[in-house]
Design a protein around this ligand. Structure first.
Ligand code: FNR
Ligand code: 8K6
Length: 347
């Protein structure tokens, strides 16, 4: 396999990664009941500190962003203290870690917070029930008012500042997988008729305003974004979605972020309206640092980097199954296969 995978990679003038194999963000639902990261979580992340970069499990920016049990937050002082233990443990082992900032939008459920409203771009219900809480059915969201949209942007920026206070090296905005920001970017979930809907420019506005507010607060070197141009999770694709991403990608390129990351479970999945794989679609329209992900092995990922399909590789499930993933791959040891039962414990 190409040794290049283990060469350092400079994201920018402030941050250089020790190698090109990143740990993908993985929700584990193991924070305590105040959504504070635990000692076990600090140990779990520290065991994986030899990744080029750890991207934390998605972390909610405020209470009404929660859609799954025991997902950590970054809005209370206790949560900042809890995350500080995680970031210290990772740094002590020479690693780097970004916080993934999350609001689930219409996938949120008031079961998890005080209040009865779920806010989203539009009043479009997501089909089905909450994973791991199958007795809960999603409820029809309330379209966010313009004041509520403004407040969300303020809250994203505050959570980013909290992440830096907690010792993170940067943040990745979760704009993928059918959650709040992605809901603005797709016609399936955005039916707004104001400045946040109907046209590619309007539908990209929220994502770009969140990016700009965070960059203003913590700097572009520490700000990254994950997107899913092909709707595939809690979302139905619409051929017009391509126009939105055709507009968004050059706008993002101008912002010179730390990186852009594709959110997909299997990069071999093709989207008719994108003309193939989501990663190839993005690569053709975005020339800065791109992270590929979704069903790769170190070998297939290294090959894709050699072919210049993306710059860095994020590994998800195999990193759950193999805390020592980097070492095993480097020394050609066999990997433990991932299985869903592994989600029950934080090894
Ligand atoms: C995920 N994924 C995910 N993505 C994300 O952006 N934020 C998250 O919190 C999570 N949580 C999560 C939990 C679990 C249990 C799984 C399996 C996946 C998606 C993940 O980052 C990645 O895109 C996929 O797992 C595909 O990559 P692999 O696993 O094929 O390398
Ligand atoms: C995606 C973040 C939510 C994480 C909650 C934990 C769920 C764990 C189970 C993940 C199983 C993968 C689901 C695959 C959906 C992709 C559809 C093509």
């Amino acid at each position: 396999m190409s040794k290049d995978l283990f060469n350092p990679y400079p994201l920018n003038s402030l941050i250089t990664l020790q190698n090109k194999v990143l740990m993908a963000p993985l929700t584990r639902c193991m924070a305590d009941d105040k959504l504070v990261p635990t000692e076990e979580m600090a140990k779990y992340y520290a065991r994986r500190a030899d990744a080029g970069l750890i991207i934390s499990e998605a972390t909610i920016i405020r209470p009404d962003g929660q859609g799954y049990p025991n997902t950590p937050g970054l809005f209370s002082p206790e949560q900042i203290v809890g995350w500080r233990k995680v970031t210290d443990a990772v740094h002590e082992k020479g690693g780097k870690i970004f916080a993934q900032l999350w609001h689930t939008g219409r996938v949120a459920h008031p079961h998890f917070y005080d209040g009865d409203e779920v806010i989203a771009p539009s009043a479009t219900l997501v089909d089905g029930t909450v994973p791991r809480m199958r007795e809960l059915t999603y409820i029809t969201p309330t379209p966010a008012t313009l004041e509520q949209v403004e407040q969300l942007i303020v809250d994203y920026a505050q959570a980013a500042a909290n992440a830096i206070d907690a010792g993170f090296d940067g943040i990745e905005i979760h704009g993928a997988n059918g959650y709040l920001i992605d809901q603005f970017l797709h016609f399936d979930s955005n039916k707004r008729t104001d400045k946040y809907g109907q046209s590619p420019e309007n539908m990209s506005r929220f994502a770009l305003e969140v990016v700009d507010a965070i960059v203003a607060r913590i700097g572009k070197e520490r700000t990254a974004l994950r997107i899913s141009p092909g709707a595939y999770f809690n979302m139905t694709p619409d051929t017009r979605d391509k126009d939105v991403f055709d507009y968004l990608l050059p706008e993002l390129e101008k912002r010179d972020l730390a990186y852009l990351h594709i959110g997909i479970f299997d990069d071999e999945m093709t989207f008719e309206h994108l003309g193939g794989r989501a990663s190839d679609y993005v690569r053709a329209r975005y020339k800065r640092t791109l992270i590929g992900n979704g069903g790769f092995t170190a070998e297939t990922g290294a090959q894709a980097i050699t072919e210049d399909r993306f710059d860095l590789l994020a590994i998800g499930r195999p990193f759950i199954a193999n805390p020592d993933y980097i070492n095993r791959v480097k020394s050609n040891q066999e990997l433990v296969p991932y299985s869903e039962d592994m989600l029950a414990t934080l090894d």
